[in-house]
Design a protein around this ligand. Structure first.
Ligand code: FES
Length: 216
């Protein structure tokens, strides 16, 4: 498997097309475009002021435990339950907390590796919590041609996260996706359900400023 990170970092001097056309339509297109953390470049990244540890959800606090027990009871003595079980856990907790999956595996006598294998195979499962605002930056062909790579780099730098990650303050999750279906507005990103088109790196940052200030 080719290293897309390496290819992305080769810089503008690389004239040759480095990706298969089909790759550009995969949901998880580009991995981190530059090394992280990039925070020292221009001060602190957004979200870095948040007290450490406050984003960790109490997945197995007493309330979490009792909902997990009820959930496990539903799957006891059943076979081939990995997908519906994980889907239920994700519905309940918003993502798949490591400790919850391990606990469910223990209680149902399923190898934890099997559950994590399923969870990492299907893109519908999330092993990390989502932020309050999910940014979906289009990295499809039309947006790429119109400069979405520069926007991607700027968002990663300013948010201080890699693609797929959430800022420490839990405000933004950054995702790169394939075509959002509004190529005439390229380059495009969605923040939650809102579409923002004809972006530049500066405009994209301004859009996110609006969400940070609660005006989004
Ligand atoms: S390629 Fe970006 S919206 Fe279609």
């Amino acid at each position: 498997m080719r290293d897309l990170t390496l290819e992305a970092n080769l810089g503008p001097q690389r004239k040759k097309r480095t990706r298969d056309h089909a790759d550009e339509h995969l949901p998880r297109v580009a991995r981190p475009l530059q090394p992280f953390p990039p925070r020292s470049a221009q001060g602190r990244a957004w979200g870095s002021h948040r007290p450490k540890g406050t984003m960790t959800p109490p997945s197995l606090d007493p309330k979490g435990h009792s909902s997990l027990r009820a959930l496990i009871a539903r799957y006891r003595d059943r076979r081939g339950v990995a997908i519906p079980l994980l889907a239920d856990i994700q519905r309940q907790f918003g993502y798949l907390p490591h400790d919850v999956v391990e606990e469910a595996a223990r209680a149902l006598d399923i190898p934890a590796a099997e559950l994590f294998g399923v969870a990492t195979f299907y893109s519908m499962f999330r092993l990390k919590p989502l932020g309050k605002h999910v940014i979906r930056l289009c990295r499809g062909t039309a947006c790429h041609v119109q400069g979405s790579l520069r926007i991607a780099e700027e968002l990663q730098r300013r948010l201080g996260v890699a693609e797929g990650d959430t800022t420490e303050d839990g405000l933004f999750t950054l995702q790169f996706v394939a075509c959002l279906g509004c190529c005439s507005l390229a380059p495009v990103m969605m923040v939650g359900e809102d579409v923002h088109g004809r972006l530049t790196p500066e405009k994209a940052i301004k859009v996110l400023d609006g969400y940070r200030e609660g005006k989004g």
